[in-house]
Design a protein around this ligand. Structure first.
Ligand SMILES: [Zn+2]
Length: 268
């Protein structure tokens, strides 16, 4: 973790410094070296938060977009007595979890339940095939009237399987730590996968990286994005017939409409 407590103040790791973990109040020591970003570690190297993963440069760069007051917030569930440290908690109570490692579904579900109002930001550069799968899969997405929004009938063709059943928005960052000079490179954007609902398939929304960061910093993400999306969903429910009709022309031939649903043709 980046912050630990000394005299009731949150301080960053510096060589030979000692402090207390904000989660369990046990001593932590500063780890400062070339291999990893400076951080605090428990004496036995076992983090009291089992959900914590070693921080990478990517984690730190993302967290650095937010004020230190919003970083590494200890949250406690009065009923279950569980305590976890959220990567970022914005002014409107939205938790952002930056995830580099793969995650099993049990832990993903537990974290989504615990944080409730949250979204994932996933490092899309962990495996080489993640971005190539996305590039290939996105050509089959169903277009909508908004060029930034797509219906995703087969999320597994675009995204790692561990994320496609998530109940909260999952934002994929395929840029990682790279510097990309080409303004048209798709990796400049973020890609938000919204879970499917009763009346529509999963959706993919192309987001401006800067606008996403800005709206989460000023606490406008929930009101600007989520509430607007609820309205959009209702609108799409009404327009569903029209969407399906339009998409007949757009869909690639390996899909066909069966009882109102898109089904992939079996390959023999
Ligand atoms: Zn601890």
């Amino acid at each position: 973790m980046r912050f630990a407590i000394v005299d009731n103040k949150r301080i960053e790791a510096a060589p030979k410094a000692q402090a207390l973990c904000p989660g369990c109040l046990q001593p932590v020591i500063a780890k400062c070296g070339l291999q990893r970003v400076n951080h605090w570690a428990h004496l036995n190297n076992k983090n009291c938060d089992t959900w914590w993963e070693p921080e990478t440069l990517w984690h730190r760069s993302w967290k650095n977009n937010y004020s230190t007051e919003c970083m590494e917030i200890v949250l406690f569930d009065e009923i279950t007595k569980e305590k976890h440290i959220a990567d970022v908690r914005t002014v409107d109570g939205l938790v952002l979890e930056f995830q580099h490692s793969s995650i099993n579904s049990t832990e993903r579900i537990a974290r989504e339940k615990f944080y409730n109002s949250m979204l994932w930001i996933v490092d899309g550069t962990r495996l080489k095939r993640d971005y190539s799968r996305f590039l290939k899969g996105r050509t089959d997405l169903e277009k909508t009237n908004n060029p930034a929004i797509f219906h995703v009938h087969f999320p597994d063709e675009c995204f790692p399987s561990s994320w496609i059943a998530s109940a909260v928005p999952v934002i994929f960052d395929f840029k990682g730590n790279e510097t990309i000079r080409d303004p048209n490179d798709l990796r400049n954007h973020l890609y938000c996968l919204l879970p499917k609902t009763e009346w529509r398939p999963a959706m993919l929304i192309t987001l401006s990286r800067e606008k996403f960061i800005e709206s989460t910093i000023n606490g406008k993400w929930l009101s600007n994005f989520v509430i607007r999306f609820d309205k959009l969903n209702q609108g799409q429910q009404l327009l569903q017939g029209q969407f399906i009709q339009n998409s007949v022309i757009r869909r690639s031939p390996q899909y066909y409409l069966h009882k109102g649903r898109w089904v992939r043709r079996r390959r023999f």
